[in-house]
Design a protein around this ligand. Structure first.
Ligand code: NAD
Length: 276
């Protein structure tokens, strides 16, 4: 089975539209971008489009160049602006800016990317909070395909704060037995080939071949790599397809879920701010 992220996105988007209808206030997302990274431009365009489709106001604050202190002051103003529901700093930021300081200036209640230390702590301590959108999207796939993660042997490859680490936390919450691999893992193939569910978020084309995958496994390919032939994931899709039970394609798998879970987080942020 090829998992159709676009279909899941449409279903989730409809759910969000009805949640928004029940909210009397206007919701607003503010995205902060520094520089003109071409991939960031595409991601921001997609976020804006989806926000507009569901009736969430969208504002982009774009800077050619700026400093950590200027961003901190902008974010502090947005934190106290009651018309702003969610704040998102588009990554990557230029090297000259202290990313951790900037991200952690965002109020945890407006941190719709779920990247503040507060929200990462909330995720791993089982507390209510805003969790990273890609990780939320990954976990939603299992509900959609009717796969019970409890007791399942899940291997996550990649331990970034954005994807791998929060995905492992959310999968653990679903009572999966989770192994988290990274660049220093020895004998990756030995670990991944035992997985019932394999989640790969690295950013290396064809890192995962058919030999890395157990017969009948579910493979979630999060990677996005730009090649001469277009976008591809981290998995050798054509060779894995016949071996696995289900796999996400790139593009059209996890990507559409990431952006729809951003909308979900904006609605959740509103509810947390208003204690609903
Ligand atoms: P990152 O560079 O922050 O992290 C990569 C991780 O891969 C690290 O933890 C590193 O230890 C691990 N790694 C590197 N080489 C490895 C190897 N040979 N074996 C095992 N592990 C290895 O990247 P990220 O932000 O987590 O993103 C990962 C990929 O997912 C990228 O391709 C990114 O574009 C993509 N991504 C996709 C979405 C989506 O919506 N589909 C969202 C976010 C990121």
């Amino acid at each position: 089975m090829i998992i159709d992220g676009k279909q899941i996105q449409i279903k989730k988007k409809n759910e969000i539209v009805s949640l928004i209808k029940d909210i009397s206030a206007e919701l607003k997302l503010v995205v902060i971008q520094v520089g003109d990274n071409s991939a960031s431009n595409i991601y921001i365009k997609n976020k804006k489009k989806l926000c507009e489709e569901v009736g969430i106001n969208f504002e982009l604050l774009k800077y050619d160049s700026t400093s950590t202190s200027e961003l901190v002051s902008v974010i502090n103003k947005l934190n106290s602006d009651s018309s702003v529901t969610g704040i998102l700093v588009q990554l990557p930021l230029p090297e000259s800016i202290d990313k951790d300081v900037v991200i952690n200036t965002i109020s945890p209640l407006k941190d719709v990317d779920g990247l503040t230390t507060h929200n990462i702590g909330a995720l791993f301590s089982g507390k209510e909070g805003l969790y990273p959108c890609t990780a939320m999207g990954i976990v939603s796939i299992f509900d959609e395909i009717g796969y019970d993660l409890e007791g399942s042997n899940v291997v996550v490859v990649g331990r970034s704060k954005l994807v791998g680490l929060p995905a492992s936390g959310l999968l653990l919450k679903k009572n999966a037995t989770v192994t988290l691999c990274h660049s220093k893992t020895k004998n990756l193939k030995e670990v991944t080939s035992k997985a019932d569910v394999l989640v790969v978020a690295v950013g290396k084309e064809k890192l995962i071949t058919s030999n890395h995958v157990k017969n009948g496994a579910i493979v979630i390919d999060v990677g996005i790599n730009r090649t001469e032939k277009g976008l591809c994931g981290d998995c050798d899709f054509d060779n894995i397809l016949n071996k696995c039970k289900a796999i996400t394609p790139v593009p059209g798998g996890v990507g559409p879920l990431t952006v729809v879970y951003l909308l979900n987080n904006i609605v959740k942020a509103y509810k947390l701010q208003n204690k609903e």
